[in-house]
Design a binder for this molecule. Structure first.
Ligand SMILES: C[S@@+](CC[C@H](N)C(=O)[O-])C[C@H]1O[C@@H](n2cnc3c(N)ncnc32)[C@H](O)[C@@H]1O
Length: 428
């Protein structure tokens, strides 16, 4: 039986054909902002960049062996997969498919049927065979395996309790907090946890009660609110991980338009879990800010004060790599695609990773984050110089500087605030 409204209209995300409901508009190539929920077959094209980066991370883990040893498989779960587009993209676009064991789960049976029908209609064609792992777990694995994806239709928390995974993706509507504890427990000795949060009003501090309830945090709505949001989510994950003798190592942490997305490596180790508080504190608004263990003055937090990227992994997330892994070719394009669509799809993939590899080194260590828009008043100058000329000025003095992937123009540097102001005053 076909799902209601099938086949809708087709669209290409990465190299993967997806079916959108007829009621959904044809996406622009750079959709922004939350989509209105369009019923059971919900697929939000504005989340494509997060899915592209997820495919890239998985590819990097397989190729560079930082998660499991050579030839060992990775058991990966998209716990709230809706129509399964992320799981289908892992299956279609990542290399070394014989090492990936994908489970795609969602409570919404109609979204699942839509996803399975999409998968059936666009087979991968590699004749990969993998079966449920019969004796590995205390209870038999449920679900249906089709063309390399195990589909389950259950509460995400049940799926995570039933079996351990080395990679879990949590992408709910709103806050992820109710899934974090189970996800962290379900991750094996070492594993990747990817979390999306769309409750940005709470994370950015504009809804103070929700922030206090969900994250135990206080926010300030200024230029640092997006960085704060990312760090508040990281601190929450670190605190829950520590309860389970685990520590976190952030790989990639971003505020992308209307959501926060963090990818962390979790490791079981009582010793490092015991020191989790070392990287958690408060951002004190001074000139412009500093991190502190204790709250004082005008502060936001508690939040993660440690590195937010892994230098090597994020450093490999280049535009060339993104195009190589996730940009389709002629055989992938939908029939109704024009040259314009192809060009724009390429641009979207470029935008998805823009600034990541360049800022990886700075964001994986101590750095100062600067909002370009704050420089005018702070430096007492009428016209703010361009990012390029500030970069040149700082580099001439021997400092590093890189633009960050942020909703507003911001950069990271290892220079101090006074030097940044001096450079802003003298830059042309
Ligand atoms: C934002 S959507 C997921 C989007 C999807 N990851 C994607 O990339 O298209 C959130 C999904 O969570 C599902 N959901 C909500 N609560 C759930 C639960 N307890 N267990 C499993 N799925 C759940 C909803 O049915 C919905 O499809």
């Amino acid at each position: 039986m076909k799902p209601d409204g099938w086949p809708g209209h087709v669209w290409l995300e990465g190299k993967t054909i997806v079916h959108l409901k007829d009621s959904q508009e044809r996406p622009s190539h750079m959709p922004r902002g939350p989509a209105t929920k369009s019923g059971e077959g919900f697929l939000n094209p504005a989340m494509a960049p997060a899915r592209t980066r997820s495919v890239m991370l998985l590819s990097d883990a397989l190729e560079n062996e930082w998660l499991v040893k050579k030839n060992k498989p990775i058991r990966i779960l998209d716990a709230l997969c809706a129509t399964g587009v992320r799981a289908r993209r892992w299956r279609k676009e990542a290399p070394q498919q014989n090492r990936i064991r994908i489970t795609a789960n969602d409570l919404d049976v109609n979204a699942q049927i839509w996803g399975r029908e999409s998968h059936k209609n666009h087979p991968i064609g590699d004749n990969l065979v993998w079966e449920k792992e019969k004796d590995r777990f205390s209870i038999p694995q449920d679900g249906i395996v089709e063309d390399g994806i195990r589909w389950t239709n259950s509460d995400a928390r049940k799926v995570m309790v039933d079996a351990p995974f080395q990679w879990i993706d949590i992408d709910p509507f709103g806050s992820p907090v109710k899934f974090l504890d189970t996800a962290i427990q379900s991750i094996s000795r070492v594993g990747v946890l990817e979390v999306t949060a769309t409750d940005v009003a709470a994370l950015c501090g504009s809804t103070r009660n929700s922030a206090a309830r969900r994250y135990g945090s206080v926010g300030i709505t200024d230029s640092y609110m997006h960085d704060d949001a990312t760090r508040i989510l990281l601190a929450t994950i670190a605190r829950i991980a520590a309860m389970h003798d685990k520590s976190i190592h952030p790989i990639l942490s971003l505020f992308d338009g209307h959501f926060v997305r963090v990818s962390v490596l979790l490791k079981r180790s009582k010793e490092s879990a015991s020191t989790w508080k070392k990287n958690v504190g408060y951002r004190i608004r001074s000139a412009p800010y500093h991190f502190s263990e204790a709250p004082e003055g005008n502060y936001s937090g508690p939040l993660w004060t440690g590195p937010i990227f892994d230098a090597e992994i994020a450093g490999r997330m280049t535009v060339d790599r993104a195009i190589d892994i996730c940009f389709g070719n002629e055989s992938d394009y939908p029939k109704n695609w024009s040259d314009f669509d192809v060009e724009h799809s390429k641009r979207e993939i470029v935008r998805t990773v823009r600034h990541i590899s360049e800022s990886a080194k700075l964001l994986s260590g101590e750095h100062l984050l600067v909002a370009i828009d704050d420089l005018g008043i702070a430096a007492g100058i009428g016209q703010i110089p361009s990012m390029k000329s500030i970069k040149m000025g700082l580099e001439k003095l021997g400092f590093q500087m890189a633009q960050c992937q942020m909703p507003e123009p911001m950069f990271a540097t290892d220079a101090d605030w006074d030097t940044v102001l001096d450079v802003a005053r003298s830059a042309k």
